[in-house]
Design a protein around this ligand. Structure first.
Ligand SMILES: [Zn+2]
Length: 248
């Protein structure tokens, strides 16, 4: 069976369950690398953020010469598709989305030197899978109401943060985290004295990166409000995170 027929039949058989695989330029070779965006949720659904996030990443791909494929179901994380992908993005995923076979595929993907980008509730995902917790770097604990907060840019050398001011303000939903891994490299710190409801203290990373088992991982806690996806600072942060994860 050809790939096209296979994917078409897969799409038809799954469209009934509203699991979508949007296969725009996935197999194009004109671009530098390929990004696979997963938006599966088993808990809270960030409808608008997911919509805006997919739009943003698709546009970034067009402007920066990388392919973007989007799926809302982990069923599409086949060996074949992962082999053609360089970066796997968990965009506002929630809770337990991968079965044990898909978990093995994801391990293999990262161990082959590829990249992961987690956005917002990517830390509210896969609590029972320790390997994932180490990959993403921390887990979500809770959050106060949406409000403005001050962020300090800790590392301005990184490709994702070099455009940012030393100190800046933005309105979003601010996650408290548990179980920060000691090896994460902090890029942005949330200043708890600038808003109400922080629980991590002075050290409150809100964006970080690290190498992991041969691959690269980037995470940002920003991205709850759909408006954030239209903020130039966030757009460049995400682009830089994708570039870092891709190894480009
Ligand atoms: Zn949220």
């Amino acid at each position: 069976m050809s790939i096209k027929i296979f994917l078409t039949s897969l799409l038809l058989s799954l469209s009934f369950y509203q699991k979508n695989f949007i296969n725009e330029e996935f197999f194009s070779e004109k671009n530098n690398f390929s990004v696979l965006v997963l938006t599966e949720t088993q808990g809270f659904v960030h409808h608008e953020a997911i919509e805006e996030g997919v739009k943003l990443i698709t546009r970034l791909g067009k402007e920066n010469s990388f392919n973007v494929t989007h799926t809302n179901s982990s069923e599409f994380l086949s060996d074949e598709i992962l082999k053609k992908s360089d970066v796997l993005i968990f965009l506002c995923t929630t809770l337990d989305i991968l079965n044990q076979y898909e978990e093995e595929k994801m391990k293999k993907f990262i161990r082959s030197g590829k990249g992961f980008v987690g956005i917002h509730s990517a830390t509210d995902t896969e609590y029972d899978w320790e390997w994932y917790g180490k990959l993403v770097g921390a887990y979500f604990l809770d959050h106060p109401k949406i409000q403005k907060a001050t962020i300090t840019t800790i590392d301005k050398e990184h490709v994702s943060t070099k455009h940012l001011d030393d100190i800046w303000e933005i309105e979003d939903e601010w996650y408290n985290f548990k179980d920060f891994k000691p090896y994460i490299k902090e890029l942005l710190n949330l200043e708890e004295d600038s808003y109400k409801g922080g629980k991590n203290g002075k050290y409150h990373p809100i964006t970080w990166y690290h190498e992991y088992e041969g691959g690269r991982s980037f995470y940002t806690g920003l991205g709850h409000r759909p408006e954030v996806y239209h903020d130039e600072r966030f757009m460049k942060l995400i682009l830089g995170g994708i570039m870092y994860a891709s190894g480009n």
